[in-house]
Design a protein. Structure first.
Lengths: 139, 139
């Protein structure tokens, strides 16, 4: 299924070394203090889930859109390569995990997995559902 | 599901003491930095979502006059809670058993597996009562 991220101002812009070199107005509070930092240093664990898409956008010189889970959020992301070799990232969170209680976790994880099922393919998510069912059964 | 009488006294030094109205009247030295500023406050004023889940355990300990143990999930952490009634209040000991890691779907799956294992360990340690592990919320 195609992913569409509305074309607002870029969330952030990366240089060829994945350093944050521009921050859009929609990301000021979170990313302005990170200007000049390498993205992966700021968000440990994020590199393997995002960088392959960014590399693809740079390699093909075409926008890449995808849906990804990270830090409890499901986000639609668009990586748009520019003529100056910088990479614009557009970002929209479409679902958040609620880990406050087991009920909240079960409900929001189900929603997140539904979204991911709709946009991507992976065998892992059936295992996640199975684990959650076991935990709910133990409660 | 109901909590169960604790088979042994807890060894944790992480505890708070509640009065009959669930007001925090004492905090163990190791928790003072984190929870010392809650002294004199009703516990549920800070963690209202936990009342429905932890409250029955506390009530049962008070009613029975016996220690009661349960396993709870709150704010992404799984803890063993032991409520120990005494003349001067209810001591609530907490021991962290596992933690959700929402960094990626992979880490989430691994952490859910660890929680499954914790629940399975509890179930196997108490074969006469299959419903002893209760994954509920805690402060």
């Amino acid at each position: 299924m195609a992913v569409t991220v509305e074309p607002h101002a870029p969330f952030v812009v990366l240089d060829t070394g994945d350093t944050i070199v521009e921050v859009g107005p929609g990301a000021e509070s979170q990313f302005r203090p990170l200007l000049g930092s390498v993205l992966w240093d700021c968000f440990p664990g994020s590199r393997p889930v995002f960088k392959p898409y960014y590399d693809e956008a740079r390699r093909t010189r075409k926008p890449v859109e995808f849906v990804q889970f990270h830090n409890g959020n499901v986000a639609r992301v668009r990586a748009n390569p520019r003529a100056d070799d910088r990479l614009e990232l557009y970002w929209e969170v479409v679902s958040r995990l609620d880990t406050l209680t087991l009920d909240g976790l079960a409900q929001t994880l189900d929603e997140a997995l539904e979204l991911l099922d709709r946009w991507t393919e992976s065998g892992d998510r059936d295992e996640l559902r199975k684990s959650l069912r076991v935990i709910e059964g133990g409660a | 599901m109901t909590a169960v009488a604790a088979p042994r006294a807890p060894t944790t030094d992480l505890y708070v003491v509640l009065d009959d109205h669930d007001r925090i009247v004492s905090v163990s030295p190791r928790l003072r930095d984190d929870l010392g500023h809650w002294l004199g406050h009703v516990l549920w004023d800070h963690v209202p979502a936990a009342k429905e889940i932890c409250g029955p355990c506390f009530d049962e300990a008070r009613a029975s006059g016996q220690p009661v143990e349960t396993v709870v999930l709150y704010s992404g952490r799984v803890r063993r809670l032991t409520a120990i009634p005494a003349a001067d209040g209810l001591a609530v000991h907490g021991e962290r058993l596992a933690e959700l890691d929402v960094t990626s779907l992979g880490t989430l799956m691994q952490s859910l597996a660890r929680i499954e294992a914790v629940l399975a360990d509890r179930a196997s340690a108490q074969p006469d009562s299959p419903a002893r592990a209760s994954l509920r919320a805690l402060p």
